[in-house]
Design a protein around this ligand. Structure first.
Ligand code: UD1
Ligand code: CA
Length: 489
């Protein structure tokens, strides 16, 4: 038996019940479209190719897939082993018709003799473990087609798996005969609790020709992929069952309520993983952490945090309360981030951020940096032991080590007339007085000092003091004279 593996992800359907302009498979969970959750899971199986069937909203789905493939190539471990291809299904005449597109349009698959995993783009909680087990059952029991099924207390809405006692097995063994959809089921069939997850593993060379025989004579007038089961049984192929232990994994996103439910499940999984790994999460009910977040031992996440994206946090950090992170974030050990927003940033060890700080768009903080309250830092690199404690904007800037930024300092990086952004360089040991404006492009040299309230438009040489404000004038007894007070006070 071949060990080759390819996958097809059905993602062409409309998702009517979401009532959205965004295609269903692009609705995000923790900032990542549900389709990409499926592709990420598939990544662990190291399939050689994943063919995504697109249709409804493909003008949005195709660029999202390109973007996903690019992000995978850019990762340090290099390009993923799974090549993503796409096929258009137009019009969308059902799940069987979707898979038929691969047979009809992907000539490269015509001679393929390996296994194909069929997945749904709207089922984001399925784990790589479940897929691995499906593949294992399929291969170890030498099946031509294996379907992943689950027993549900409330099977309503799903296709029911109809079985009969297995002729050559023990009394408990059953063999699959067919699948019947909810809308086509008799009352007796509706009582069956074993449901089809919509996930299959099949021998492409044997099973794909059966797709030509599908008909749309059913309640929905669609070409059901599920009818391939009965066709395979009739053709004498071996059809097996793999069981999904945790039915939660088969939750599909068909409505906004499903989306919220999937978000909850994913969150709970991540929180449980992190707590098991030695992270303190004081109030799981108000803490939201996406699947691509890793946190070192003895770190604490306080209530009200929402962490999504590719976030790596070191040991002994304290995050929150009320902190958001997104994009690519790397935080070293012993860092504190309090009530702040962090997007695409790197924070060195023993640094402290917040409360009410915003770091964004490629900020690099070295170790022992202090970014205090109401400080916004954008596209800036800040060296160790530098301090910007209050009420500042540092954008398009490079700060050396041991710099002190006084309260209210602003880097004026943007010229709205020419529509250009310019750089500010503040060298090692420089001290910038409170309420200064540094009009970029400008450099404050090493150990230079800027007097409070200055508007700096020219470079400041090392060790100089720059004062750029009106001199203070004392007008003697002005108040007295203005008020007409003549007696001594
Ligand atoms: C399907 C199964 C059902 C199973 C359930 C599990 C069929 C006929 N039924 O039902 O037995 O219990 O999944 O979740 O297969 N799609 C296309 N092109 C189409 C139609 C659908 O690509 O023409 C895609 C959808 O985008 C979706 C997936 O196929 O990702 C499943 O389609 P959906 O309409 O959601 O099927 P269900 O009714 O959920
Ligand atoms: Ca569905």
């Amino acid at each position: 038996m071949s060990s080759d593996l390819k996958a097809v992800i059905l993602a062409a359907g409309k998702g009517t019940r979401l009532k959205s302009e965004l295609p269903k498979v692009l609705h995000p969970l923790f900032g990542k479209p549900i389709l990409m959750h499926v592709l990420d899971t598939l990544g662990a199986l190291k399939a050689s190719e994943a063919c995504v069937i697109v249709g409804h909203g493909r003008a949005q789905v195709l660029p999202a897939l390109d973007c996903y493939a690019e992000s995978k190539t850019a990762q340090p471990e290099g390009a993923s082993e799974t090549v993503i291809t796409t096929i258009t299904q137009e019009p969308q005449l059902g799940t069987g018709h979707a898979l038929l597109q691969v047979r009809q349009k992907l000539s490269a698959w015509a001679a393929y003799t390996g296994d194909v995993l069929v997945l749904s783009g709207d089922v984001p909680l399925l784990t790589a473990d479940a897929l691995t087990r499906l593949l294992q059952v399929h291969r170890e029991t030498h099946q031509d087609l294996t379907l992943l099924a689950a027993a549900l207390p409330n099977p309503f809405g799903y296709g029911r798996v109809i079985t009969e006692p297995s002729p050559n097995g023990p009394p408990s063994a059953v063999s699959v005969t067919r699948i019947v959809e909810q809308k086509d089921a008799t009352e007796a069939e509706k009582a069956v609790s074993l449901v089809n997850t919509g996930i299959y593993c099949l021998n492409w060379a044997k099973i794909s020709p059966l797709l030509d025989q599908l008909s749309n004579q059913n309640a929905q007038g669609e070409f059901y992929l599920t009818d391939v089961i009965a066709l395979a049984v009739q053709a004498g192929y071996s059809v097996g069952l793999a069981h999904l232990d945790d039915p939660e994994e088969m939750l599909g996103v068909n409505s906004r309520a499903d989306l919220a439910l999937c978000h909850d499940v994913l969150n709970r999984r991540t929180l449980n993983r992190l707590m098991a790994d030695g992270v303190t999460i004081l109030h799981p009910a108000s803490t939201f952490i996406g699947p691509d977040v890793s946190i070192g031992t003895d770190s604490t996440v306080l209530p009200g945090c929402y962490l999504q994206g590719s976030v790596t946090i070191g040991k002994r950090c304290t995050i929150g309360p009320h902190t958001t992170m997104s994009g690519t974030v790397v935080i070293e050990d012993d860092v504190k981030v309090l009530q702040s927003s962090v997007r695409d940033a790197r924070i060195g060890s023993f640094s402290s951020v917040g409360p009410f700080a915003q770091l964004r768009d490629g900020v690099e903080l070295s170790h022992h940096v202090n970014i205090g309250n109401f400080v916004e830092v954008k596209k800036a690199s800040i060296d160790h032991h530098t301090n910007a404690a209050h009420l500042s904007y540092l954008g398009d800037a490079t700060l050396g080590t041991d710099v002190n930024i006084g309260a209210g300092t602003i880097t004026a990086n943007y010229d709205p007339i020419r529509d250009v952004k310019s750089q500010t360089l503040i060298e090692d040991g420089a001290k910038v007085g409170s309420n200064s404006v540094l009009v970029a492009p400008v450099t404050v040299g090493q150990h230079a000092s800027v007097a409070a309230g200055s508007v700096i438009t020219k470079d400041v040489s090392p060790w100089d003091l720059a004062i750029a404000r009106g001199r203070q004038v004392a007008v003697s007894d002005w108040v007295k004279r203005t008020k007409g007070i003549t007696e001594p006070v």
